[in-house]
Design a protein around this ligand. Sequence first.
Ligand code: ADP
Ligand code: MG
Length: 468
Amino acid sequence: MEQHQMWREALAKIELDLSRPSFLMWFQETDIMHIENGVATVFVPNSFVREWLQNKYHKTILHALRGITSEIKDIAYVIGKPQGNTGTISASFGIKDALKRKRPFSAYGGDEETTPFKDLTVNPITNLNPRYTFATFVVGSFNELAHAAAQSIIKNPGLSYNPFFIYGGVGLGKTHLIQAIGNEVLANNPAVKIRYVPSERYMGEIVDALRNQEMQKLKEKYREVDVLIMDDIQFVARTEKMQEEFFHTFNTLYERNKQIIISSDRPPHAIATLEERLRSRFEGGMIADVGMPDFETRLLILKMKVDSKKINIPEEVLVYLADTIKTNIRELEGALNKVIVASKLSNAPLDAETARRSIAAHLAAPKKFISIKKIIKTVADFYEIEERDLVHRSRKHEVVKPRQIAMYLMREELKTSYPSIGDKFGGRDHTTAIHSCEKITRDLLTNSELEEEIRAIRERIFFDRSVA
Ligand code: ADP
Ligand code: MG
């Protein structure tokens, strides 16, 4: 088969495993240059893409190519332009439209759920969404430290807590809080230069800037702000180049006493690939976590949302929701919206039973997505180790804890029997599985870092639907 054709077929497979923005971001402008002695040489547009493909997608690409011809044993990535063959990707796969729109990659990434909102109201300079304010932000013990730090920052941007690092699971209000800080600072002083950016978008902007040779402009754009708000920094930590770029921006701003606000799904020390120099800078500032609100606070949040929508929902229903949805605030909102829609559609009185029925599917959904395979993959990804090492008899020190955690999660989430857990991990004895589960259970009592890690892993297992 002709090599371009081969690449097109490989891309068609790869596309199935990736979100569209990621696929476009990393695979546009790639092509096979030649295949020699079993090595496929692939063109990439720049070193960021090269690093990313090498570190994150190498196995996926290799697998896709091998599925087409077993001749291929390895891949080399070289920076260059596919010759006389522009838009290899756009020739097929229906992504033509996306490319035609010429939407820069930097337009992707970030909080997809608020996108419709965003397009209407987001401030094009600051990138802040005015819907995130303190007026609609409920404070409880789960977020009071973060809230207090935020208030102090608003009074004295750059001079009280710098950097401010907030972490916690999905849907717990990180984005809301950090954008509310931005909105409030701006309201107090419209001359303050603020920039909010989800880290995926920041990386997209870097990729675009490199392509258009506008790196200098981009550096200036970020280094001239008074308040930089970087959402979900964990993605930047995945590549050295991105961290390098961010590090310089960070330092420039920090030295000028500019406020830096960062969010992440976990604390700095738990981001495995975070460089030491960045970690120590983050830890030199203020770190606050957000957890899950308790029942009373969940009820309060629901009441506030109902009030703002000017609708009437019986207390009984709100109590039911607050009592049932214990995962996060986004899910809580989602369930409330389902109930509201259901009540509009039916003429039946809205009671707890109707609420239960309307969110039954919603509640059952996550469970369906859990499997042994998913637990293994998620744990391996989280600790950045090979699945192979996790399940086989590798004695590498760094796989011991992840393996115990994977066993523990299988037991807890899937009620898998100890002998089958042992089986899954290279035919180990059931006593090993029992020992592992007990060890984690015991450690959890005293080790809050471990608790935090397992919480983050669980969250990915339940909410990341990209892994079956
Ligand atoms: P995260 O960034 O941590 O994933 P978000 O900030 O996107 O979470 O919050 C998810 C949803 O929950 C948003 O719609 C947000 O407005 C709402 N929310 C989060 N925290 C609160 C809070 N303390 N009070 C009221 N609503 C909240
Ligand atoms: Mg967020």
